[in-house]
Design a binder for this molecule. Structure first.
Ligand SMILES: *[C@@H]1O[C@H](CO)[C@@H](O)[C@H](O)[C@H]1NC(C)=O
Length: 246
């Protein structure tokens, strides 16, 4: 006979199993059939947006017209909204904050839907002098700065990083020196956190050999979209709350 604690464990295990089988419904034949119908009316431009407060002004504006047959489909916790923006067929999707959300949502978009381009927009802070609230910037290239090599205390920029020799890590990009941000500033102040070296991301190109990674730090924006963006002039009316997020 099982003791009370064993019974609890068995019950918990069964609950987990039930939940796991429930997730299969995400890619049900009904859903895949609906996605196929959406794709038959494509291809689409994907609009990828981090937050509701950045997405809602677009959805509520007269520029976005939702599709009459299938206005949206839900997939893996995301709502993919189908419609047009100035006669271009678009799919608008909100990612949630953070790199993992951005990556997962964009992968879902590209994997399930027929997409010919992606535009990512949202609000951002800036460390650059001369940029002000309401300025619109278009990135020519971007970097993911989430992969680091933390250098041991006592070592400096002339010392090899661990695993550098095997080609996994590099000192080419630059580093953050914690000591430089001590307060009050002073050359004699030491910081045990030492140095943090930025690393390129490991990427697996769709056309590359599976499981063979490339190292990339700066990722260029599409040159044709960039040139197009340079020609766009936007007038912001900061007196209106809804235009603040453009
Ligand atoms: C640290 O500060 C010094 C003095 O301002 C500067 O020359 C150096 O580039 C800084 N190093 C890093 C890695 O931030």
């Amino acid at each position: 006979m099982a003791s009370p604690s064993e019974t609890n464990i068995i019950t918990l295990f069964l609950v987990l199993l039930t939940t796991a089988s429930g997730t299969e419904a995400y890619y049900s034949p009904k859903l895949l059939n609906q996605i196929q119908k959406i794709n038959e009316a494509g291809p689409y431009l994907g609009l990828v947006v981090p937050n509701k407060f950045e997405m809602d002004p677009l959805l509520q504006s007269s520029v976005f017209i939702a599709d009459e047959d299938i206005p949206f489909t839900d997939l893996s916790g995301r709502r993919f909204r189908i419609g047009t923006v100035m006669d271009h067929r678009v799919i608008v999707v909100m990612t949630g904050l953070g790199m993992i959300n951005a990556a997962v949502t964009t992968q879902l978009l590209l994997g399930f839907f027929h997409i010919y381009g992606v535009i990512h927009y949202g609000t951002a802070g800036s460390a650059k002098q001369g940029l002000h609230i309401g300025d619109v910037t278009v990135a020519r290239q971007w970097a993911h700065t989430g992969l680091w090599n933390w250098q041991k205390y006592g070592r400096g920029e002339n010392d090899e990083l661990s695993w550098e020799e095997s080609g996994d890590y590099t000192r080419e990009i630059g580093y953050l020196k914690f000591n430089n941000y001590s307060t009050p500033p002073g050359e004699n102040i030491d910081n045990l956190l030492n140095n943090l070296w930025y690393q390129p991301d490991e990427i697996f190109p769709v056309n590359g050999a599976p499981d063979v990674c490339e190292h990339v730090f700066w990722i260029p924006a599409s040159e044709s979209y960039y040139q197009l963006a340079e020609k766009i002039t936007i007038t912001l009316d900061l007196g209106q709350k809804s235009t603040r997020d453009l």
